[in-house]
Design a binder for this molecule. Structure first.
Ligand code: SF4
Ligand code: SF4
Length: 405
C-alpha cells in the first residue's frame, strides 16, 4: 500500500521551518557519533542539515554524494538533546529518507527491504521466524546479533498474558502491552518476562489483538507503511480501555508515542514500574555486576532521563551506568545492517570498558531495547572475555535467571 504523499518540511508544530531552524552553533558536533568517527563536517547534524537545505532550495542536486551523508546518520537523535534551537533533526531525517525511497535512490540492504514488507503482517513474520526461534531455544545462535534466550515456539505473548492474568487475577492498573515485531517473532522470552513482571507487580496486562508493528522500522528506512500502521494501532489501542500502553523496546515505544499522540499515553515498562512499589528481587551476591546502557530512543527520542534507580535497585544486582551510557551503541534500528563497519567502530569505543572489569566479575550489559541488545551481542566477536547481554526487565524476573537460558 502506498503511504501517500511524503510529509512536508513544515508539518512539525513549530513556528520555525524545521529545516531552517539550525543556528549553526556547532554544539551538536561532539554529540554526534559519525562526526566523532570521521571529523567530517558533512557527517555531522549541522552539515547534513545544510546539505538538505541546499537541496531544498535548488542549490544542490540530490545525488550519491548527498545520499552518502544521509545514509551515514545513525538516527540516534543525540543531536536533538543538545540543540539549543530545538531543531527537530529526526523529523528532517525521516523526510529525507522517505524522499530517497520515493526517488528510488535508497540504498537499502535486501534483508532490510524484505523485513520492511514482512513486518506489516505479524502472523507471517512470526511464522517465518519460527525456525530461528527453534534455533535459539536450542542455544544454536545463527548470527552474532542473536543473543541467548529460550523463546516459546508456538504460544504467543497474548495467550501467555491471558493465562497469567486469569491465574493470578491482578487488581492494579490496567495497561495494554505492545508486543512488537522482532520481539515477538524472535525474542519472545523478553515479552513473557515483561508480562510476568507486570503481573507479579499487580498490573492487569492486556495484549490487544490486531496491533501492528509500531512503524519505527519504516521511519528508520524511509520505506512506506508507517502511516497505515499508525492508524491500525490508534484503532486497536484506543479500543482497549486502558490507562496506558507499555512497551519494552525504546525504539518501538518512541514510534508508538508519535502514532498515538497521548491517546492513550505510551510509557516504557521500566519507567512505568518506577511509578509502582516494584517488588524487590533477592540480593545477588558476587559473580555478576550490571552495567546499564541507555537506549538512544529512550533518552533522546522519548526524552526520558533514564531508568528509575528504584527499578534497578529492585533487580537485586550491583549496578552502575555503563561508561558513555547516553551515547549511541551503533545499532540505530537497522544501521548495524546498513553500515556494519561504522556500527562496529562506534560499539568498539563504548564496549572497551568491558576489558577493564576485574576478571572475578561477570559484567552484564543491560538495556531496554532489543536492537541495542543485538548490537551489544556482536561485541562478543572482539571482546575477549565473558560478558552477558540482558534486557533490564529480565533482571526483575526470577524465571529469566542465567540458569534457565
Ligand atoms: S541522529 Fe545521531 S548520527 Fe545522526 S546527526 Fe544526529 S547525532 Fe549524528
Ligand atoms: S546544535 Fe542545533 S542549532 Fe546548533 S548546529 Fe547543531 S542542529 Fe544547528
Amino acid at each position: 500500500m502506498s503511504q501517500g504523499p511524503s510529509q512536508t518540511l513544515t508539518n512539525v508544530s513549530s513556528a520555525v521551518d524545521p529545516l531552517r531552524a539550525c543556528v549553526h552553533c556547532g554544539l551538536c558536533l561532539e554529540a554526534c557519533p559519525t562526526y566523532r568517527l570521521t571529523g567530517d563536517e558533512n557527517n555531522s547534524p549541522r552539515g547534513r542539515l545544510l546539505l538538505w537545505r541546499a537541496i531544498d532550495e535548488g542549490r544542490l542536486q540530490a545525488d550519491t554524494y548527498t545520499d552518502f551523508y544521509t545514509d551515514e546518520c545513525v538516527g540516534c537523535l543525540a543531536c536533538e538533546s543538545v540543540c539549543p534551537a530545538d531543531v527537530p533533526y529526526g523529523h528532517n531525517l525521516e523526510i529525507q529518507r522517505q524522499r530517497q525511497v520515493e526517488a528510488e535512490r535508497a540504498h537499502l540492504d535486501w534483508r532490510v527491504r524484505a523485513a520492511g514488507v514482512a513486518v506489516k503482517s505479524p502472523a507471517i513474520f512470526n511464522l517465518a521466524l519460527a525456525p530461528a526461534r527453534l534455533l535459539r531455544s536450542l542455544s544454536l545462535l545463527p548470527h552474532p546479533m542473536v543473543f541467548k534466550g529460550r523463546p516459546a515456539l508456538l504460544k504467543s505473548t497474548a495467550e501467555y498474558a491471558a493465562d497469567l492474568v486469569a491465574k493470578f487475577n491482578p487488581t492494579g492498573p490496567k495497561v495494554a502491552f505492545l508486543t512488537g515485531c522482532l520481539m515477538e517473532a524472535l525474542f519472545r522470552e523478553i515479552n513473557f518476562a515483561t508480562v510476568r513482571v507486570l503481573v507479579e507487580n499487580g498490573v492487569r496486562v492486556v495484549v490487544p489483538r490486531g496491533q501492528g508493528c509500531c512503524g519505527a522500522f519504516h521511519e528508520h528506512t524511509g520505506m512506506s507503511g508507517a502511516a497505515e500502521l499508525s492508524v491500525t494501532n490508534q484503532q486497536v489501542f484506543r479500543a482497549a480501555d486502558v490507562e496506558r500502553v507499555v512497551t519494552n523496546s525504546a525504539g518501538c515505544g518512541f514510534a508508538l508515542q508519535k502514532a498515538l499522540a497521548g491517546d492513550p499515553p505510551v510509557q516504557d515498562v521500566l519507567g512505568f514500574l518506577g511509578t509502582l512499589d516494584v517488588k524487590r528481587q533477592q540480593e545477588r551476591e558476587g559473580l555478576y555486576k550490571v552495567y546499564v546502557d541507555l537506549p538512544c530512543h529512550l533518552v533522546h527520542g522519548q526524552k526520558v532521563d533514564g531508568i528509575p534507580d528504584s527499578v534497578l535497585d529492585a533487580t537485586g544486582y550491583r549496578w552502575e551506568l555503563a561508561p558513555y551510557a547516553r551515547d549511541c551503541c551503533g545499532s540505530g534500528g537497522v544501521y548495524n545492517l546498513q553500515k556494519p563497519k561504522n556500527a562496529r567502530h562506534i560499539l568498539k569505543s563504548k564496549a572497551a570498558f568491558l576489558e577493564k572489569v576485574p576478571k572475578d566479575i561477570v559484567p552484564i550489559v543491560a538495556t531496554s531495547n532489543h536492537v541495542c541488545m543485538m548490537q551489544w551481542n556482536t561485541a562478543k566477536t572482539f571482546i575477549r572475555r565473558r560478558f552477558e547481554v540482558r534486557h533490564i526487565v529480565q533482571l526483575l524476573d526470577p524465571a529469566s535467571s542465567f540458569d534457565s537460558t
